[in-house]
Write a protein that binds this ligand. Structure first.
Ligand code: ZN
Length: 120
């Protein structure tokens, strides 16, 4: 996948860093074909915000699924997870944590999500 197509998100990511002050930021998008339908960043939260929060953060891939809301509507759609490095000012290697892997495998199986792409 050509991650350059998501470069339009970089200004938003850089703006967001002022709040989060992290070295990396994850963004996840749901795509219909090549068209992004919605996207979400990883968020700081807590379990009191509901399920999907892993200790103090809500991972981007789960955040975007929560934002999208309609699990049945995921059939045939794709999920893209990108990690942006503030140091290199570019997309960098992204991979799912164990918790997200389990959730995503379940969603692929149960709801027909077409696939998940992680930036490399
Ligand atoms: Zn995760």
């Amino acid at each position: 996948m050509d991650v350059e197509q998501f470069n339009y998100l970089i200004p938003l990511i850089i703006k967001r860093r002022k709040v989060l002050n992290t070295r990396y930021l994850h963004v996840a998008l749901i795509l219909k074909g090549k068209k992004p339908i919605t996207y979400a960043f990883n968020k700081v939260g807590s379990r009191s915000h509901g399920c999907g929060y892993n200790n103090v953060t809500l991972h981007a891939e789960i955040a975007v699924l929560k934002k999208f809301g309609n699990m049945a509507g995921l059939k045939g759609l794709r999920l893209v997870v990108l990690r942006f490095s503030f140091q290199n000012k570019s997309w960098t290697l992204s991979h799912p944590c164990a918790d997200c892997s389990i959730v995503l495998k379940k969603i692929i199986k149960q709801y027909g999500l077409h696939g998940v792409y992680y930036s490399t």
